[in-house]
Design a binder for this molecule. Structure first.
Ligand SMILES: CC(C)(COP(=O)(O)OP(=O)(O)OC[C@H]1O[C@@H](n2cnc3c(N)ncnc32)[C@H](O)[C@@H]1OP(=O)(O)O)[C@@H](O)C(=O)NCCC(=O)NCCS
Length: 129
């Protein structure tokens, strides 16, 4: 995938992977990517609903198609699939732009997450109420 073919999209998060994010083989831990998927989904949930407090109740199957390396610029694109009574379902796509490789972009993984709106007492509440 080359950058020229990509439409401009607004990433919920975009960051460069550092040595602290990697295992002994020099690739990024899957768990690091999972945690950013969670954050990106949460950003979208808040942006979409204007509700400020959510907890993650479910993260659906996540399959890693390509590794992520130190120096890669990783983008997390989040879109809302569904807003329920107390929950919101968000799809997150993860892409890595390879460092120093003429901007080559690879699709790393994707996930569907469900967040539940809560109040300050951590009780679930209807979205928009
Ligand atoms: C999230 C939480 C408040 C839900 O409480 P609950 O009483 O079990 O909620 P319900 O069963 O009524 O479900 C609430 C909503 O979540 C959805 N939901 C619950 N479990 C789900 C699952 N496994 N998959 C998809 N959606 C789910 C329900 O469909 C419902 O959506 P709706 O209101 O839009 O119809 C509670 O389970 C909780 O606090 N979990 C811990 C969350 C957390 O701390 N996450 C971080 C972990 S470190």
């Amino acid at each position: 995938m080359s950058n020229e073919q990509q439409p401009i999209r607004d990433a919920a998060i975009r960051l460069t992977m550092m040595p602290r994010d990697t295992n002994a083989h020099g690739t990024v831990f899957g768990g690091v990517i999972l945690s950013y998927i969670d954050v990106a989904g949460g950003v979208e949930a808040v942006r979409h609903t204007k509700h400020e407090r959510f907890v993650t109740v479910a993260m659906k199957e996540v399959i890693f198609h390509e590794p992520v390396f130190i120096g890669d610029l990783v983008s997390f694109y989040a879109t809302t699939l569904k807003v329920g009574n107390t929950s919101i379902t968000v799809h997150v796509e993860v892409e890595a732009e390879r460092f120093g490789n003429k901007g080559e972009v690879v699709r790393v993984t994707s996930a569907d997450l469900i967040f539940v709106a809560i109040n300050e007492n951590r009780e679930k509440v209807a979205i928009g109420k």
